[in-house]
Design a protein around this ligand. Structure first.
Ligand SMILES: Cc1cc2nc3c(=O)[nH]c(=O)nc-3n(C[C@H](O)[C@H](O)[C@H](O)COP(=O)(O)OP(=O)(O)OC[C@H]3O[C@@H](n4cnc5c(N)ncnc54)[C@H](O)[C@@H]3O)c2cc1C
Length: 457
């Protein structure tokens, strides 16, 4: 079969007027200044990363291709398991992920598996690179692996070395032995999702999970819902109000999920990310000793805020991963699917469509990397902006892929419908995108109200 040497509306690549032909025929110094290698687009961004981060990105890509992509369909289509049961394939992947360090990369050796070469870069940047790769492979498995870091974040951000050494380091060691110890992050309650993420709602909300003082610690009672990985977690960072007080008393408790009174009531049958369970947790007189209070009494709200600021940029990079998966799928489809005797890619309106998808995906990655690179102490405004914009736009890219694939997009085997279901959830969790827009304004408020402050953006 003859392969055409150019696309409709374009010159062949070796034509004298095509972009790179000219550069290749410049004198030596001109070539050094203007010519460039014909790398694929992923490689061009790879080359822009510091070497240690690029290595992590490559490792994450290999792990995704070896373990996540091959299992994505099986776990997406598997019957809804009873609460607490782990699909054998998910168990195998968790174990392998633990051994490779994907569950312990927020601390360097000997405490965790963060490569020493990356410690000079904001850990959130590294997390974004990994999360993008995992999302490209499977949203559900990505969430299964990532929610654990969300659960661990209060332990790290509280800054208590004692807690890091005594509580987190053993978790990391267990993961690295191949015996995954997942930590869940539990803030959402049946009557409050936004109210536990947004200060305006929180000021009037009466928390449903309450901690009552008892000898040597506290007893927790109430329900948390939609807790990612809460069905499999061995421990959880659970946020509760002190008895008789409001949200100002919110405190983070490190709960052992095997303790009496902790029960996984059910897991949701949700539209996407099905490899990760969203659990409803029932707490009935669960005893938590005083030395498992993270960050101090009444510091839960601030720890929650800091955790969300740290995690919303990686959530934005989930959007990048999904947009990338959708774009790659659309490109493959356009190269192979024929209409009117020729592959779709030869139609110029399809080329315009794909160009927009590539540009959107890369613009989102640029936004995420720019914020992540500086995110040693992520600011609410930047984290929320990144989260809502990247996930909103990513959904648009996935929709463009659906437009291109048409009825083929609606069929499961073509990947897009799963990506479409998965990406939608990123606009809900870690605060709906509406709440994240309000978070941006909340953080910006002092300048907005100051008549002498210039309105520069
Ligand atoms: C897949 C998935 C995984 C999750 N994982 C976790 C987890 O691991 N841990 C955890 O604790 N939670 C988790 N959640 C819960 C998630 O964080 C909440 O669903 C989210 O914060 C939204 O809360 P809600 O669903 O209760 O919506 P609600 O708060 O009930 O909001 C309903 C609507 O009201 C709007 N709204 C609310 N307040 C305002 C306001 N002040 N102004 C304007 N509009 C407003 C919202 O934007 C939304 O449109 C998860 C959710 C999903 C879908």
């Amino acid at each position: 079969m003859n392969t055409p040497d150019h696309l409709q509306g374009h010159l062949p690549a070796d034509h004298r007027l095509s972009p790179r032909w000219q550069f290749r025929h410049l004198p030596l110094i001109g070539r050094m200044l203007a010519d460039y290698p014909a790398q694929d687009l992923w490689q061009t961004d790879f080359a822009r990363l510091p070497r240690a981060l690029a290595r992590q990105r490559q490792r994450a890509r290999v792990f995704t291709e070896q373990h996540l992509l091959p299992a994505a369909d099986e776990l997406d289509l598997a019957p809804h398991l009873p609460a607490g049961e782990c699909h054998p394939t998910a168990r195998r992947i968790l174990s392998e992920a633990g051994k490779q360090g994907w569950l312990s990369y927020f601390l360097p050796a000997p405490l965790g598996k963060m490569p020493w070469g990356t410690v000079v870069h904001a850990p959130i940047w590294q997390s974004c690179l990994i999360v993008e790769e995992f999302s490209r492979g499977c949203g559900g498995l990505m969430l299964l692996l990532s929610a654990h870091h969300l659960g661990a974040m209060p332990l790290i951000l509280s800054g208590h070395v004692h807690h890091i050494l005594k509580l987190l380091a053993p978790v990391y060691r267990s993961c690295e032995r191949g015996d995954p110890h997942l930590i869940a992050f539990a803030i959402t309650e049946p009557a409050a999702g936004s109210d536990v993420e947004d200060g305006h709602g929180a000021q009037t909300y009466h928390p449903g999970v309450v901690a009552t003082p008892t000898h040597g610690g506290y007893l927790l009672n109430g329900r948390k819902c939609f807790i990612s990985g809460g069905d499999l977690a061995k421990t959880a960072t659970v946020f509760a109000a002190l008895q008789g007080e409001g949200m100002e008393s919110w405190t983070c408790f490190y709960v052992d999920c095997s303790d009496p009174g902790y029960r996984v009531a059910r897991t949701e049958l949700k539209m996407g990310m099905r490899a990760s369970g969203a659990a409803e947790i029932e707490l009935s007189n669960v005893f938590v000793p005083t030395d498992r209070i993270i960050g101090g009494l009444r510091n839960g709200w601030v720890l929650n805020r800091a955790t969300l600021n740290a995690s919303r940029i990686p959530v934005a990079s989930m959007g990048v991963g999904f947009a990338r998966a959708a774009t790659e799928t659309a490109v493959e489809f356009a190269r192979h699917y024929k209409v009117g005797g020729k592959a779709l890619i030869h139609y110029q309106d399809v080329q315009l469509h794909l160009a927009t998808m590539v540009a959107e995906t890369r613009a989102l990655r640029a936004l995420v990397w720019q914020e992540a690179r500086l995110a040693w102490k992520p600011r609410q405004l930047h984290a929320s902006l990144c989260k809502f914009h990247a996930t909103d736009r990513a959904q648009r890219v996935c929709e463009m892929a659906m437009d291109l694939l048409a009825d083929h997009g609606a069929r499961h085997e073509n990947r897009i419908e799963k990506i479409f279901r998965d990406v939608r959830l990123t606009r809900i969790f870690e605060g709906t995108n509406q709440i994240n827009r309000l978070s941006l304004i909340e953080d910006w408020q002092p300048q907005l109200l100051d008549p002498d402050h210039p309105a520069g953006v």
